[in-house]
Design a protein around this ligand. Structure first.
Ligand SMILES: *[C@@H]1O[C@H](CO)[C@@H](O)[C@H](O)[C@H]1NC(C)=O
Ligand SMILES: *[C@@H]1O[C@H](CO)[C@@H](O)[C@H](O)[C@H]1NC(C)=O
Ligand SMILES: *[C@@H]1O[C@H](CO)[C@@H](O)[C@H](O)[C@H]1NC(C)=O
Ligand SMILES: *[C@@H]1O[C@H](CO)[C@@H](O)[C@H](O)[C@H]1NC(C)=O
Ligand SMILES: *[C@@H]1O[C@H](CO)[C@@H](O)[C@H](O)[C@H]1NC(C)=O
Ligand SMILES: *[C@@H]1O[C@H](CO)[C@@H](O)[C@H](O)[C@H]1NC(C)=O
Length: 484
């Protein structure tokens, strides 16, 4: 905008601001414009918590965005990001999305950049499939999960970035997934469904204070990345919707997921690291992960799943203060012959579970291979799995722990766990090909998990004392202030 134009604009806005509201609404057609302007002014200045603050501010309105729910804003978003990327070396930029319904196709993010959604801003994903470009499958998966070959790019996508914040005052991203679920069920997909947010090969990422609705598939997918905070996210999808996993840290290091509320059709959190021979070759584990203060409702899936794609390895996972209601299982480890990799040093402390098929579940025969070329000698190593301080009620089976014949799951430790069973004829514990110990666990565990006596519950299966580097990262208070 030219300097003169900007001055006129400011004068107009000041007039609008001081005008009585009766004048604004009385002013017929022009009144709509004025009301919009007043609202923009009101929301043009605020503080928010973030990993890093930005020196340059802009609004999507500066780039021709229209929040009427009908106008397509893909170009406005991509133009905004491309233009704001020029500030990367000058303190970075923040893009504000005001109240409104912002229809958009997918767009890419840039480094040293923050996206902030106003509490009444809704990014609405376009249902025009031509808007969705197709990108390569993930190298650690070898193929898309829905179909062999490429995958539709995610609504908000970033790759090879440093320092990205996606946040808001609980603003909303609506994936309008129903169309995609229908195509998936009808086997009409040529490529794998898009996710809502995917960040690849990046570091220093914050995704926080947002509500994500009806994702076509997974909701939040950080992959091949490190130093990640995912905080105060509400995720909602129908409990019967296919593969609407909440948060999937995948081949990531140093990740903190906290204060999230998830209702979905698949695992609330699914920790991953690549699939069979592709994941083994890529060899990028997920490690240093903390998940805390998670609330989950997912009647057909797990509160936290580890796998089934775990071929690059999963280690040093800490899970604390979890509440799950009407969810199929508490913690579930899923793997198979051919996966290779490992899941080791997992620590869970403090779960309250209500209405559940299995509080603890480990599956060594999950199957589900990328293709037929997996190595049948690639056996996963599952070792050092610790659960303590769990209370569960209305549970059908306390634990179903099934290792692999000739490849037992070892170092399982369960202490201070009270599970109140539903009245059923089922045995509370099913254990095969596993080794470990228990203490202070009720109902009485299976013989493969011998009880060490109740007093041992105080000092076994302990959570690590030292915190992960990402736990020490404090968010700063950042300011946004801008006149459009
Ligand atoms: C976004 O990034 C993907 C992957 O790098 C690329 O294929 C696509 O063309 C990019 N889109 C735009 C609009 O730049
Ligand atoms: C992103 O980083 C990966 C890993 O370092 C590299 O293989 C890839 O070529 C990079 N992609 C782009 C678009 O720079
Ligand atoms: C974001 O969430 C955090 C943690 O729940 C909270 O402290 C903060 O006030 C929220 N900020 C905004 C802008 O909503
Ligand atoms: C965010 O919005 C969702 C959906 O309206 C709501 O359920 C949730 O309580 C809100 N979270 C906060 C922190 O306000
Ligand atoms: C217990 O679980 C069953 C299903 O497993 C459910 O139908 C029932 O409503 C639950 N009872 C309570 C009190 O929540
Ligand atoms: C056992 O677990 C409960 C919560 O389930 C907790 O309040 C209590 O402190 C735990 N006991 C020990 C000895 O850690």
């Amino acid at each position: 905008m030219g300097r003169l134009w900007r001055m006129i604009w400011v004068v107009v806005m000041v007039i609008v601001m001081v005008a009585p509201s009766s004048w604004v609404s009385w002013n017929g057609g022009g009144g709509v414009e004025c009301r919009k302007t007043v609202r923009m002014l009101e929301s043009a200045s605020f503080d928010y918590p973030a990993m890093s603050c930005r020196s340059h501010s802009a609004s999507i309105l500066d780039y021709g965005g229209v929040g009427d729910g009908k106008t397509l804003n893909t170009k406005a978003f991509q133009d905004a990001v491309n233009d704001l990327s020029q500030y990367a070396s000058q303190g970075g930029a923040q893009l504000f999305v005001p109240s409104g319904r912002w229809l958009t196709g997918p767009f890419n993010l840039t480094s040293f950049f923050s996206l902030f959604l106003h509490k009444d801003a809704v990014l609405v994903a376009s249902q025009d499939i031509n808007e969705w470009s197709v990108i390569d499958p993930l190298p650690s998966y070898g193929r898309g999960r829905d179909a062999v070959g490429g995958r539709y790019i995610s609504l908000i996508f970033g790759t090879n970035l440093t320092d990205v914040v996606i946040t808001g005052d609980n603003g909303t991203i609506d994936g309008q997934g129903a169309l995609w679920w229908q195509k998936f069920h009808g086997k009409k997909l040529k490529y794998t469904r898009p996710y809502l947010i995917e960040i690849m090969y990046s570091e220093n990422i914050q995704i926080s204070n947002l509500t994500l609705l009806n994702s076509p598939s997974w909701n939040v997918h950080p992959v091949y990345s490190s130093n990640i905070i995912i905080q105060a996210i509400t995720i909602i999808a129908p409990v019967t919707s296919p593969n609407t996993d909440g948060i999937n840290p995948d081949s990531c290091t140093n990740t903190r997921i906290e204060d999230c509320y998830i209702v979905s059709g698949d695992d609330c959190v699914a920790v991953k690291s690549g699939w069979d021979e592709y994941g083994i070759a890529f060899a990028m584990p997920t490690k240093q992960l903390i998940i805390r203060r998670l609330t989950c409702i997912s009647p057909y899936s797990a509160t936290v799943a580890l796998g089934s794609e775990m071929s690059g390895g999963i280690e040093d996972v800490r899970i604390e203060d979890v509440y799950a209601l009407n969810t199929e299982s508490g913690i579930r480890i899923k793997t198979a012959v051919g996966r290779g990799g490992y899941v080791r040093n997992v620590y869970v402390k403090g779960m309250t579970l209500h209405t559940m098929k299995w509080a603890f579940w480990m599956t060594g025969n999950y199957g589900s291979h990328a293709d037929t070329h997996y190595d049948p000698n690639a056996l996963p190593v599952i070792q050092g799995i610790n659960y303590r301080d769990v209370v569960a009620v209305n549970v059908t089976t306390a634990a179903r722990l099934e290792g692999i014949s000739g490849d037992p799951f070892t170092g399982i430790c369960i202490s201070n766990v009270t599970i109140s069973m539903r009245k059923t004829k089922k045995a509370p514990w099913t254990c095969t090909d596993i080794e470990g110990i228990t203490s202070g666990v009720s109902p009485t565990p299976c013989a493969l998990l011998p009880d060490q006596g109740p007093d041992k519950a105080v000092d076994i299966c302990n959570f690590p004392q030292e915190s992960l580097p990402i736990e020490n990262l404090q968010l700063q208070t950042c300011s946004y202030s801008h006149l459009t």
